[in-house]
Design a protein around this ligand. Structure first.
Ligand code: HEM
Length: 282
């Protein structure tokens, strides 16, 4: 899939938009394939998924409408798989629900399916250009990977640590009992809002934390969260990020930004921070 999309990127330029030609369609195709969602519906569900990652980009009425649309859409696909099972994750979830009614309620299943579809692409779609951006704007970084492509898996972990993907602190955790954290007493029932990006630059854990080190091997970053809610799609996301970088390094070794960094536009009003478009040349 990555090769096919890079064909399209190369045919469209230079310059060509990496967001439109590669970063957006790849994770969408992958999650559609896995779940069993028709990729031809992407314009609709991609629009609706913004409700899941919006902070202020959508007004509350529209966000609710998009969320309702997304849940109704997934509900429709679930009903269809119940009648006509296929070899996909949606059918497996329906089977798990129907064979063991105590494992998932109907509402949980539809919400989880919608969550997988939205989380399965909004984050990775944004992180691909973020990674390429950092590699192209940090002196020597792209060349290091070009010379040593075997470093890509280690580099992906470092980029996950280094890039503040979350535009804001999200993911509240509630104390189940009084607990002291960093010298502050958090009482039972109180929330703590975690800033993953700050944790990922903790000097006590990562020596020289503000430096991108593509060879950093001890890297317990929190880019995919931690504990019971650790990202269920982490391995899939890692694979997508690695494959995209390996394919670009191989097919477009001379990749560079086609506009000055000041001319790039960043998304706003979303949980995730990323580029609206990324014109590149090679
Ligand atoms: C670069 C890509 C990705 C990043 C940075 C990312 C990041 C995260 C983080 C930080 C969490 C923890 C949230 C918390 O602590 O409450 C999380 C949870 C989750 N992620 Fe991802 N994710 C990515 C890709 C994916 C993909 C591809 C999928 C689906 C296939 C996915 C599905 C989920 C789901 C369902 C959860 C909730 C898990 C739970 O609450 O038990 N994510 N992700």
């Amino acid at each position: 899939m990555a090769d096919e999309l890079v064909d399209g990127l190369l045919a469209a330029g230079p310059p060509a938009d990496l967001v439109a030609h590669l970063a957006t369609p790849l994770p969408i195709r992958v999650i559609c394939d896995l779940l069993g969602v028709p990729v031809s519906d992407q314009d609709r569900f991609h629009t609706w998924s913004e409700a899941i990652v919006s902070t202020t980009s959508l007004d509350p009425g529209l966000a609710q409408e998009y969320l309702d649309n997304l849940l109704a859409y997934m509900g429709g696909l679930v009903a269809q798989r119940r009648v006509e099972p296929a070899d996909d994750l949606l059918s497996a979830m329906v089977r798990a629900r129907d064979e063991h009614a105590d494992r998932l309620t109907e509402e949980e299943m539809v919400t989880l399916a919608a969550g997988l579809l939205a989380a399965g692409h909004e984050t990775t779609v944004t992180q691909i250009p973020n990674m390429v951006y950092v590699l192209l704007t940090t002196p020597g970084a792209w060349d290091t990977l070009r010379e040593r492509p075997a470093l890509v898996p280690v580099a992906v972990e470092e980029l996950m640590r280094f890039i503040p993907l979350g535009a804001t602190a999200a993911f509240p955790r509630y104390a189940t009992e009084d607990v002291e954290l960093g010298g502050v007493l958090v009482r039972a029932g109180e929330p703590v809002v975690v800033n993953i990006a700050a944790a990922n630059r903790d000097e006590a854990v990562f020596p020289d934390a503000d430096r991108l080190d593509l060879t950093r091997t001890v890297n317990p970053h929190l880019g995919f969260g931690h504990g019971v809610h650790h990202c269920v799609g982490a391995q899939l996301a890692r694979m997508e990020l690695r494959v995209v970088l390996e394919t670009l390094l191989d097919r477009a070794p001379g990749l560079r930004l086609a506009v000055p960094v000041e001319d790039l536009t960043w998304k706003s009003g979303l949980l995730v921070r990323g580029l609206v478009a990324m014109p590149v040349a090679w």
